[in-house]
Design a protein. Structure first.
Length: 335
């Protein structure tokens, strides 16, 4: 109790000073704000965006809205369903409506750049500042959620807007589902002996660090889960049997946490551990799980034209993947 209180006070103290008394301050805990993905909510004054592809949406009245940020961070803002506008290295109270809006009701979506590797931004959401006598309201949000588990390809690294231009985000948007990307660059499936970060274990955590607390799966229920892992395990000398065993373990964990979800196991785009991925799916299916599917991806993208470096898809490549994947999911996930 004392430790949590101390963290809460220190986080709050580092946020921008409260708005003028005439302004309306909307705290992160306000029920009008809807969160997708994994957020650390230990401090009611400062919610922390974890993993990739986490975002928040809310409605608000009036002509202006500002975000309360702590230390510098890159983020994207979409208002009224418009384009995602990039804000780079911003801190303090950030006005995201510098030109003002028409009077009336509006919607806001905010997504922070994933914090991993060399990028150490501060993905902390400290709430909103609205105009005098304005208010936040709960927007209409999707009733279904799709979760993607992967590595840098699922993060969207080297695409123009990272998570927002990755195939997972694009697929979720196509299907009109809530979505999140539980992924980090360089990740393996299996906990390799040389320390490669294991998504078999990471799936269970709130955030990227191995010391991150366990995620509370009561926070949301995924209706579909897409796994895209194996690209990096080869370089960490993960054996075929180790990979297959870990794939089975991860899918069983997914099934335990999401009993009714359809699990889609993607063939890696570089064709690694294909036989083992299929065998893992067959093992679960043979044990009676009818909601696990192997998805072959041969020919979905051309490494020469649809990737940045032969591995990471560019924006065109991610769109091609989403165009192929969305109907596969739609055929198995009912409304």
């Amino acid at each position: 109790m004392k430790v949590i209180l101390a963290v809460t006070m220190s986080l709050g103290a580092l946020l921008p000073a409260p708005a003028a008394s005439a302004d309306t301050v909307v705290t992160p805990a306000n029920p009008s704000i809807k969160y997708f993905g994994r957020w650390n909510t230990a401090s009611p004054a400062a919610y922390v965006s974890e993993w990739a592809g986490a975002y928040l949406v809310t409605g608000f009245t009036g002509r202006t809205v500002k975000l309360r940020q702590r230390d510098p961070i890159d983020f994207f803002v979409s208002i009224d369903g418009g384009p995602d506008v990039a804000y780079v290295n911003r801190r303090g109270t950030v006005d995201v409506t510098p030109q003002g809006l028409r009077a009336g009701n509006h919607t806001l979506r905010v997504s922070y750049r994933p914090v991993a590797g060399a990028y150490r931004g501060d993905a902390v959401f400290g709430g909103l500042v609205l105009g005098t006598r304005e208010r936040a309201f709960a927007p209409a949000v999707p009733s279904r959620i799709i979760e993607f588990i992967g590595d840098s390809i699922t993060v969207g690294q080297r695409s123009s807007k990272q998570a927002l231009t990755a195939y997972g985000w694009l697929t979720g948007e196509k299907l009109k589902m809530g979505h999140t990307q539980i992924a980090v660059g360089g990740a393996c499936l299996h906990p390799a002996a040389d320390g490669c970060l294991s998504m078999r274990e990471g799936f269970l955590r709130t955030g990227l660090p191995t010391t991150s607390p366990p995620w509370s799966f009561s926070r949301y229920r995924a209706h579909a889960v897409v796994i895209n892992l194996g690209t990096n395990d080869v370089g960490h000398r993960v054996s075929r049997q180790e990979f297959q065993t870990s794939y089975v373990t991860l899918m069983r964990r997914v099934r335990e946490k999401y009993p009714d979800a359809v699990i889609f196991a993607l063939q890696t785009f570089r064709g690694r551990y294909v036989t083992e991925t299929q065998a893992a799916v067959n093992e679960l299916a043979g044990a009676g799980d009818r909601n696990v599917v192997f998805v072959g991806t041969e020919g979905w993208i051309d490494a020469a034209t649809d990737t940045v470096d032969g591995v990471h898809p560019n924006d065109v490549g991610h769109r091609k993947i989403a165009d192929r994947l969305a109907p596969v999911i739609a055929a198995r996930v009912s409304g």
